[in-house]
Design a protein around this ligand. Structure first.
Ligand SMILES: *Cc1c(COP(=O)(O)O)cnc(C)c1O
Length: 434
């Protein structure tokens, strides 16, 4: 399968090139050149399949032309080594718990898959070192660092703003060592992101080292997220629900997650419609209402992994629907909630149902509560474990949250970050010295 740029001004490339490059040379995002429907027979079998089996079959449909079946099976199974249960919260509302992986957030799925795929492409290139640069405000850094930990031929540089990520987040990428380097930048998240963007455009760096990104612009990170949309639907189907009435609600920031769901639908998964739930960063919501897309600087919220003012995957959504606003609005509706509303939702859901939401999942849960029509069944993606936002959540509910052992283990590690100023020349000479 070839991958084409959403900008349409760059040649089509192989999967390997799309993964290693990240972004197309015309600054577009790569998309699969075709999206084929899976046969009915596959959907008939879905409810009786395990998550790893299903993940492999979907991976095979996507990547089977580019990766031999045995390797693909092995790397998919290795990436998907944790459960993703669908949990009933109340009548007609289910939580897809995506936080049972090593860093307790859904980004583990894509990061683990991408790391293993890159490792596969490196197997015949023993001398090649791919350098992954990732700027993080918290969650992405931990998922990518842990996903790539110990993968041959890959080095990861995590740039994070000094003093602006929570201690729980910092220990998840700054204590690992091996092929993971944590760079503590004396600046803001925007500074970190600007350093990474400039590095990709720097000819001298490009000539001397292979650089790639591991955020959701990379096809190997966002496409595997499709696996769990199939799995969510299958789990509901095995409960005997009306499978033509399923609505999926996705708490959205950069829109990589929901784009994977939209492609799953295009491959035949019978999802009736999607809801994109936003916090106060409501650029997409506004686009749905007005047809105008006006990116602006993000504002800080308690669902901070969704604090995005110019969602990078928006172009993929446009691309999927031929830039037709009506077609987009027919399949996706939007919601936006303030911090106050998110807090009230976390509190009320716990009181009424006993279910502990994290702030991101809460945005999506509320969107379902307010928008589900009669007859519909809603699934919201619970994208992170509430313990990752322990202080915020405990502040809202007044109830202590237990820290899972795999999170506590990180907290016993020793921080080993390299301090750098928010200065491109300093960052560049550091990279070149490695
Ligand atoms: C990254 C993240 C999101 C947003 O996902 P996108 O794919 O960027 O839309 C939502 N919730 C959590 C917990 C995240 O870490």
């Amino acid at each position: 399968m070839k991958y084409r740029s959403t900008m349409g001004n760059a040649p089509e490339v192989s999967l390997e090139e799309a993964v290693v490059k990240g972004l197309a040379p015309d600054r577009g995002l790569y998309m699969p050149e075709r999206i084929s429907e899976l046969p009915k027979e596959f959907f008939d079998r879905l409810p009786s399949m395990t998550l790893p089996e299903m993940a492999f079959e979907v991976a095979y449909a996507l990547f089977g032309e580019d990766v031999d079946a045995d390797s693909l099976r092995e790397l998919t199974l290795d990436a998907m080594n944790f459960p993703i249960p669908l949990v009933k919260v109340k009548d007609k509302v289910y939580s897809l718990e995506l936080f049972h992986g090593p860093t307790l957030a859904f980004k583990d799925v894509g990061a683990r898959f991408m790391a293993r795929l890159l490792g596969y492409f490196n197997r015949d290139n023993k001398d090649r070192i791919v350098n992954v640069l990732v700027a993080t405000s918290g969650d992405t850094g931990s998922a990518v660092a842990n996903g790539f930990l110990g993968v041959d031929g890959v080095r990861v540089f995590v740039l994070y703003p000094k003093g602006k990520v929570s201690p729980i987040q910092e220990v998840q990428f700054a204590t690992l060592g091996q092929n993971i380097v944590a760079l503590e930048i004396d600046g803001t998240f925007d500074d970190c992101q600007a350093l990474v963007k400039r590095a990709f455009l720097d000819d001298e760096l490009a000539g001397k080292m292979m650089l790639t990104s591991a955020n959701s612009i990379n096809v190997a990170r966002f496409l595997p997220q499709m696996f769990y949309y199939f799995y969510a639907w299958a789990q509901l189907a095995s409960l005997g629900a009306d499978m033509d009435e399923v609505v999926i609600c996705v708490p959205s920031g950069n829109f990589g997650n929901i784009t994977a769901g939209l492609i799953a639908k295009r491959m035949g998964l019978p999802i009736k419609r999607f809801i994109a739930a936003n916090n106060a960063n409501d650029i997409f919501y506004e686009y749905l209402q007005t047809g105008e897309y006006n990116p602006r600087p993000s504002v800080q919220t308690i669902a901070n992994a969704m604090d995005v003012g110019d969602p990078s995957n928006f172009v993929r959504v446009l691309d999927l629907y031929g830039r037709d606003h009506d077609a987009i609005a027919a399949e996706i509706s939007g919601c936006t909630y303030s911090d106050c509303q998110i807090e009230a939702t976390v509190k009320k859901a716990l009181e009424k149902t006993g279910y502990q939401l994290d702030p991101h999942g809460a945005v999506a849960y509320r969107a379902l509560e307010e928008n589900l029509k009669s007859g519909e069944i809603g699934i919201f993606l619970e994208t992170a474990h509430p313990a990752k936002f322990k202080a915020t959540v405990e502040g809202i509910t007044g109830k202590e949250i237990e820290i899972p052992e795999r999170l506590a283990a990180f907290m016993r590690g020793k921080k080993q970050s390299v301090a750098l100023p928010a200065d491109f020349e300093a960052f560049k000479s550091y990279l070149l010295s490695r």
